[in-house]
Design a binder for this molecule. Structure first.
Ligand code: SF4
Length: 374
């Protein structure tokens, strides 16, 4: 049986806050590479003559999927190499799983670790990551959970399942992993998980993570941050969405404008870098929401500094997933009308008038944008 493991990486020539090129390892299917050395492929899906030859000899090709756009390469390979079975796993596999019936017969989707295919039991200190021989700044993921402990936001499709306890987070393995930025992959770190920060290895690494701006998160940070040796090596990603308390109740966000502001200002005091995410496209907006949104920006102590990025995207709703023209579709955009349309435009202008703003469209996912902080 000939088997190959394909690992994508993305290359960006520079970030906004750094002139250095960035390489992002889209890992997350395999927890360790004892099974096979991966074939590293850039995310343009282009195969060299030798790689085409290699593909044609395989019975099974395991592919780690991080971004939805990578699906199109897998669909195209499945069409060209029809006698080869493609087993797709990794962070985006759960989305692809929803359309597994529409996929070609030689594509199998798995939400399990790669190791589970070979009955390899994962034990502490076994996790490792290897990076391609590229000297640019590196970013890779350590998976903590693919579900959110909150899981109630009306616009989000995160499920609430279990998450690693602090004991299960393999700090020794992370410390041994290569220099770079570790994305602690989790839709939102729990208050308890924040307490591991002082134990992280900061000698050659930074850490990126999502957190919720609620009161409990603030309490956890205010107790933990004085013990973190290099807080400036942390990068927090926080969903602001639309900062009005009425809208937070409608979207069941479980935060208030005040709790969000307090957390952001606290992180700023410690020199922590932040990506703040906003959403435009709400039909429910009224004038008072915009007044509150303006006050939100005024209440941030230093939003124009180089440590804070603002990222705005459009509100989506889930559609029955489908494949068309070799692409996978999972979402469609909302289209507010009347007064709401004008208010959304005002909100868009308010957010994008910040110094460091990125408009987040299909070609730029949240994760890619966050890389610009490195
Ligand atoms: S807190 Fe974030 S990840 Fe969790 S449900 Fe809300 S938007 Fe989704």
């Amino acid at each position: 049986m000939n088997r190959l493991f394909v690992q994508f990486y993305t290359l960006r020539d520079r970030g906004i806050l750094t002139d250095k090129p960035i390489t992002y390892c889209c890992n997350g299917f395999s927890r360790m590479w004892d099974i096979t050395e991966p074939l590293w492929l850039e995310d343009n899906g282009v195969l060299s003559v030798e790689q085409k030859e290699l593909f044609s000899k395989q019975d099974e090709i395991y592919v780690s999927l991080w971004y939805a756009y990578l699906v199109r390469y897998i669909l195209s390979w499945a069409d060209i190499y029809r006698r080869t079975k493609f087993i797709v796993g990794g962070p985006m596999a759960s989305l692809l799983y929803m359309i597994k019936e529409s996929l070609p017969a030689n594509i199998e989707v798995s939400c399990e670790d790669l190791e589970s295919f070979f009955d390899i039991e994962l034990r502490p200190n076994m996790w490792r990551v290897e990076l391609p021989n590229i000297t640019d700044l590196q970013l890779y993921s350590y998976g903590i959970s693919d579900s959110c402990y909150w899981g109630k936001c009306t616009f989000c499709y995160q499920e609430t399942r279990g998450s690693k306890s602090n004991n299960e987070i393999d700090l020794d393995s992370i410390a041994r992993s290569p220099a770079g930025t570790v994305c602690l992959a989790h839709p939102s770190l729990t208050n308890s998980q924040i307490k591991i920060f002082p134990e992280l290895d900061f000698s050659n690494k930074k850490y990126m993570f999502y957190v919720r701006g609620d009161v409990e998160t603030y309490d956890s940070f205010i107790k933990t941050l004085p013990k973190v040796p290099y807080p400036e090596k942390l990068i927090a990603r926080i969903g602001i969405e639309f900062p009005s308390n009425r809208m937070y109740r409608i979207m069941k966000k479980g935060v208030t404008v005040q709790s969000q502001t307090k957390l952001i200002n606290l992180l700023d005091e410690y020199g922590i870098r932040k990506v703040l995410f906003y959403i435009v496209g709400w039909q429910e907006l009224v004038k008072d929401d915009m007044t509150e949104a303006r006050k939100f920006f005024e209440s941030l102590i230093d939003i124009e500094n180089k440590r804070t990025l603002h990222s705005i995207c459009k509100l989506c709703y889930q559609i029955p997933p489908r494949i068309s023209d070799g692409q996978a579709f999972f979402y469609a955009y909302t289209n507010p009308d009347g007064e709401a349309k004008k208010l959304n435009n005002d909100y868009y202008n308010l957010v994008t008038s910040r110094k460091n703003t990125q408009i987040n469209d299909k070609s730029m996912t949240n994760s890619e944008w966050s890389m610009r902080l490195l």
